[in-house]
Design a protein. Structure first.
Lengths: 532, 645
């Protein structure tokens, strides 16, 4: 194999013929990379399916392919649990946190994909028949009449998953940037593909794209500055460079700040959260669920790796900043959420507040202590499952023209369909962190980690913010169960097998982790620390 | 207590791991639980055969219990403790409790009592509840009770014990309120529940305190460390355990619920509120022997509670005309004896438990007899409406009579062996306290003899004072035979247990043993006891045997009136706890409304206002978002540079 590569390299690279400057064969641990390879491969296959499989069979083919790919990737992750390996010439680190986050991303992606498949293939689909049609045009009506289905959502979602798998595993800045873009670009597209309220959806997509591009620019600029300081983009080299000089250079400080901004943008931390409510509201709900759960999980993985592995030596500098960001994020998510009237916007602010709670643990970290890292990992699992479940319920409550997202439409839902309203109430209680849900242990874990890391003020703000968020969750429960239903209330769609499966997975995970959290806490404890 | 005794109690038997039959210990609990589940979930479909399943379950547990007992006594005394490990019940971190069952001499004694007497009462219930539409539900609850009670006594840690403790409380609540169409039954069930909450709270605090102190719930770990722990902590644990025991065992000051609990069907009164559940408090103290052994204060409190209650119950018993309530008061009083005994420490544990076992037999027999009388008299409970029933119900009369002789401590019957032993032990304690406790026990003997003779005379002797439509008749066979078997136990069990200190030796590995446990029937105390007992009988005979019994309760002095009203227990609770509690509640509501709500609402208004102002910043214009992001970035970079200095 290696002579063959050398031969190709010799053909391609002029200088490679000279043995002294020969291009080194990158060492790839294929087994460690398998989950990413599977998902990327399946995404590519999905593109081919679009080209070669007849229109009528694409939906089912794509669904089977994508779900099968995710399950296979999950199996690969599980079989890799003992791997702790930096591979691909130091570009990718497959360690405990990587595997844990990859497993979590794949699990919530399976849930999200079930929702996507459900709403892509239904007769009253949530995705535009032909996204390129001008909203309200004759072409659009023609596409709808022709019954077009955008099965491209599957390969797009799979590419995003591939990005989410690479993002937290990246061990140098270039790879991380590639992961960031691979996960973001498909999401920009997917956000604009709603079938109803298309202008809102396209506006959301454009905003997401513009702001996302803006934040990517921060990342790249930060990367350049860091390279200027350390002479390398590899995390290990950055850490070495930091440890060998006692006095900080503004170059590395500003570089770290810019990188941090891009990452905080991805996980919806304030003051870079502006896109979140608009995009969550405008995007098709299955995509919102996918984004809310998957992106946040991957982004936290990446943030922790950058901060702990590359910039651990600067922890005394970035800790106060993370404190500030955590406080602002919690306050924004909690306070502005109070006056929201749209359920998807409300869940967006809820997700901002959760990002804040997670950041408390990151801010409380003394680099290298296992507790806080594992508490973040546990929180991400709990949060991911409840998010998928909650958005699945949002999809079911519908008016004649699509989802009934305005909260006034949810009044008295508990009387009409007690089961659906009850499950939603359960997820809301989980968001609020009440027993017997996983939300309780998640909050306990991160606050405990933050407190023990010396971030007591953060914990106090977190408690208060938590109380405020509980207000808006409980308000919905009161609305659903203790008020008279409207006469022309929304209908509740009978959930299909796909949606039911996603909801059941969400409920089961939230309840089981609420009652017996210890096994997962142990697992998260075994996954840390990051490989340096 | 002497050093030798302390030492004996401290060197507990090491626990063996299960082999052979002992690995099936868990079945004891699971069999009745399964049956209860089937009956409750099976619904009407199980109506026709539900009661048969309901009887089969405790009988199966009893047979298994016998096998385990036979195995246990086949082992040498030092190896009679077996753990049946099922799984580890882990919550979070090191907050875990093993789900283990433990067979040792103390728990097997209870297993045999619960399943043995329980089986007899289940059989009896087949006849007693034959015409009740809720019979299946009845058996389901009874099975649930048996299961929970077995869990309580088989647990090898305090957490599982607590689960069983709450389980029997639940079953008791359900069965007291079994005839929930009667308002009185509903009230009684609620009362029992509320009073028991007080005790449960005490027990739960004790369990938490143990975990905080020892980091474990298991008997082995707690008892192993009890000797070296802080003395004040151990006293606190002991007193909290006693609070739990007081409620469950209807001891003063938490005694008020037991009389009302007689609203439940009579087999319930016999099984739960006489033979087994109400003795759980005694079990708790005896099981926690290593804790009480190191804290004389808590032990003294136990003896005082026991002595007060034994008099308290006996006085109430003297004035009650309702046959079941008279027996309930008697139960309270007898448990007082047991409490007194176990409060004496190693000198009394074995006697307390022995009295518990014999009491289980004769009191269950008495209740079943009362039930049989009620069955024949259209559910009449007022003894002033009985009279002369001996001739009409010979079997009931005979079995009830043997139970009567046993409870008053007639020489040779089981109560004599076990109760006299307790009185002896109380005097043997020495000092003023020993003298006072012994005398209280002796006064209790007079009262017991008096009120039981009164019950006997008013029910089975004298002229008929029946209601007009009463046609007394002997109960069916299925009710008769359980009474007969219980009567045999009432006669012989004391001899079996106490003579030659068999039972004390058997229990010694668990609760320790005093040096001197030989039974001395013909001592000074024994003779004194016999004499005062005869005096009690005599007084009762003069009052109720020689004279006509009026059909309506006569006007009486203040003490009798108070005794008729449970010595004003309810009035006490109402004036000391309920009314001040209500005032306190109102006061708190006032403060909550004015103070706390004012603050909370103000905060909420502040947040709401801030929220509406802030949400306007979210303009929807991507240009302003980008600008805000840029502003945020500038602040962040500046802050980082500033931090760097």
């Amino acid at each position: 194999m290696s002579p063959a590569i050398a031969h190709v390299a010799a053909a391609l690279l002029p200088g490679a013929a000279d043995p002294t400057t020969s291009f080194p064969t990158p060492h790839l641990d294929y087994r460690a990379l398998l989950p990413m390879l599977i998902v990327g491969g399946v995404a590519t296959l999905g593109v081919l399916v679009e080209a070669f499989v007849p229109r009528g069979k694409r939906g089912i083919t794509q669904t089977v392919l994508a779900l099968g790919g995710l399950v296979a990737a999950m199996v690969a992750v599980v079989s890799n649990t003992s791997i702790r390996n930096i591979t691909a010439e130091g570009a990718i680190s497959v360690d405990g946190p990587t595997l844990f986050i990859q497993g979590t991303v794949i699990a919530v992606s399976i849930g999200a994909l079930l929702l996507i498949a459900d709403r892509a293939l239904a007769s009253d689909a949530d995705f535009a028949a032909q996204a390129a049609d001008v909203p309200g045009s004759a072409a659009e009506q023609a596409s709808v009449r022709a019954g077009f289905v955008h099965t491209e959502v599957f390969p797009l979602a799979m590419f995003a998953v591939a990005g989410m798998l690479l993002f937290p595993a990246a061990n140098d800045l270039i790879t991380m940037f590639v992961g960031l873009e691979v996960l973001s670009l498909p999401l920009y597209l997917l956000a604009g593909m709603a079938r109803r309220r298309r202008l809102l959806s396209q506006e959301a997509a454009l905003k997401y794209f513009l702001l996302g591009a803006f934040s990517s620019a921060f990342f790249v600029y930060g990367m350049a500055l860091v390279y200027g300081y350390a002479g390398s983009v590899k995390f290990a080299d950055i850490a070495t460079a930091l440890s060998s000089s006692t006095h900080g250079d503004p170059l590395i400080i500003v570089g770290l700040a810019l990188l941090g901004i891009a990452l905080i943008f991805k996980l919806s931390g304030a003051p870079f959260h502006w896109w979140t409510p608009d995009v969550y509201q405008g995007a098709p709900t299955p995509i919102t669920a996918f984004m809310a759960a998957g992106t946040k999980i991957a982004a936290f993985g990446a943030l922790m790796r950058v901060l702990f592995v590359a910039f651990g030596g600067l922890s005394w500098d970035w800790r106060p900043i993370i404190w500030g960001v955590a406080i602002v994020t919690m306050v924004v998510g909690a306070v502005i959420g109070v006056t929201q009237t749209d359920v998807k916007r409300l869940l967006a602010y809820s997700s901002i507040a959760h990002a804040g709670f997670l950041l408390t643990a990151v801010g409380g970290i003394t680099v290298g202590t296992a507790d806080s890292e594992s508490s973040v990992l546990f929180y991400l699992v709990a949060y991911g499952f409840m998010t998928i479940g909650a958005f699945a319920i949002v999809m079911l409550v519908r008016d004649a023209d699509g989802e009934a997202n305005h909260l006034s439409r949810w009044v008295g839902l508990g009387r009409r369909s007690p089961l659906i309203a009850g499950i939603f109430a359960f997820f809301l209680l989980a968001f609020a962190g009440l027993p017997p849900t996983s939300g309780l242990w998640a909050k306990v874990a991160v606050f405990k980690a933050a407190y023990e890391g010396g971030a007591a003020p953060l914990v106090i703000v977190g408690m208060l913010a938590s109380a405020v968020t509980a207000y808006y969750y409980v308000r919905i429960i009161v609305l659903m169960f203790f008020q008279e239903p409207a006469v022309d209330g929304p209908t509740v769609l009978a959930p299909t097998v796909f949606t039911s499966a996603a909801v059941v997975i969400g409920v089961a995970a939230t309840l089981v982790l609420g009652i017996v959290p210890q096994p997962l806490l142990d697992l998260a404890g075994k996954a840390v620390p990051f490989l340096r | 207590m002497t050093h030798a005794a302390l030492h004996a109690a401290a060197t507990l038997t090491p626990t063996m791991h299960t082999t052979g039959a002992f690995s099936f210990t868990w079945l004891l609990v699971v069999i009745p639980l399964t049956s209860a589940t089937v009956l409750l979930l099976g619904g009407r479909r199980t109506n026709s055969w539900g009661h048969l399943l309901g009887v089969a379950a405790p009988v199966a547990s009893f047979v298994l219990g016998l096998i385990l007992f036979a195995q246990l006594i086949g082992k040498p005394a030092s190896e009679r403790s077996f753990d049946n490990h099922l799984f580890s019940w882990t919550f979070v971190g090191n907050f875990k409790a093993p789900a283990n069952f433990q067979i040792d001499p103390l728990s097997i004694s209870f297993v045999l009592l619960i399943t043995g007497v329980g089986s007899l009462i289940h059989v009896y219930s087949v006849g007693y509840m034959a015409h009740d539409p809720g019979r299946r539900r009845f058996f389901a609850y009874m099975n649930l009770f048996v299961s929970a009670m077995l869990l309580l006594v088989l647990a090898d840690n305090y957490l599982a014990l607590y689960v069983g403790w709450e389980g029997v409380g639940l079953a008791s609540y359900l069965l007291i309120g079994f005839w929930y169409h009667k308002p009185s039954a509903r009230t009684a069930a609620t009362k029992a529940f509320v009073v028991n909450r007080v005790g449960d709270f005490g027990l739960s605090l004790a369990v938490m305190l143990m975990f905080a102190t020892f980091g474990s719930f298991t008997f082995t770990n707690v008892f192993g460390a009890a000797g070296s722990a802080d003395h004040a902590t151990m006293t606190a644990i002991g007193l909290l355990l006693l609070l739990g025991a007081c409620a469950k065992s209807a001891q003063v000051p938490l005694q008020s619920w037991l009389g009302d609990a007689m609203e439940g069907p009579t087999p319930v009164s016999a099984l739960i509120h006489a033979a087994t559940m109400v003795t759980a408090g005694v079990y708790l103290v005896a099981r926690s022997a290593p804790i009480f052994n190191v804290t004389p204060t808590a032990r003294l409190a136990v003896t005082v509670v026991g002595a007060v209650t034994l008099l308290f119950g006996a006085i109430i018993g003297c004035a009650k005309d309702d046959i079941k309530k008279a027996l309930a008061a008697s139960t309270m009083s007898q448990i007082g004896y047991m409490m007194l005994a176990v409060g004496l420490g190693p000198a009394g544990y074995a006697f307390g438990i022995a009295h518990l076992l014999t009491h289980g037999f004769f009191k269950a027999g008495l209740f079943l007899g009362a039930g049989s009388v009620m069955h024949g008299m259209n559910d009449e409970v007022d003894m002033r409406r009985f009279g002369g029933l001996g001739k009409y119900m010979p079997w009931t009369f005979a079995t009830f009579g043997l139970g009567y002789l046993a409870i008053i401590g007639f020489p040779g019957l089981s109560g004599w062996f076990t109760k006299d032993a307790i009185i002896e032990a109380a005097y043997h304690k020495g000092g003023t306290s020993g003298y006072l406790l012994g005398s209280a026990a002796l006064v209790g003997v007079v009262l017991t003899a008096y009120y039981m003779t009164r019950v006997m005379l008013m029910t089975f002797f004298g002229e008929k004072r029946w209601a007009e439509d009463a046609h007394p008749h002997e109960s069916p066979e299925v009710m008769k035979w359980p009474m007969v078997i219980l009567a045999i136990g009432s006669v012989g069990l004391g001899y079996l247990l106490v003579l030659g200190s068999r039972f004390a030796d058997f229990l010694a590995p668990v609760v320790g043993k005093a040096e001197d446990t030989a039974f001395k029937p013909i001592g000074l105390v024994g003779i004194l006891t016999f004499v005062v007992m005869l005096a009690g009988i005599g007084v009762a005979y003069l009052q109720y045997g020689r004279r006509r019994v009026p059909a309506v309760a006569p006007v009486a002095g203040p003490l009798v009136v108070a005794a008729r009203h449970d010595l004003l227990g309810d009035a006490f609770n109402e004036s000391v706890f309920m009314r001040p509690g209500q005032y306190l509640t109102r006061l708190l509501v006032f403060f909550d409304y004015r103070g706390i709500d004012g603050f909370v609402n103000g905060f909420a208004a502040f947040i709401g206002g801030t929220s509406s102002r802030f949400r306007r910043v979210q303009t929807g214009f991507v240009r302003s978002y980008a600008l805000s992001m840029f502003g945020g970035a500038v602040v962040l970079v500046a802050a980082l540079l500033l931090v760097r200095g």
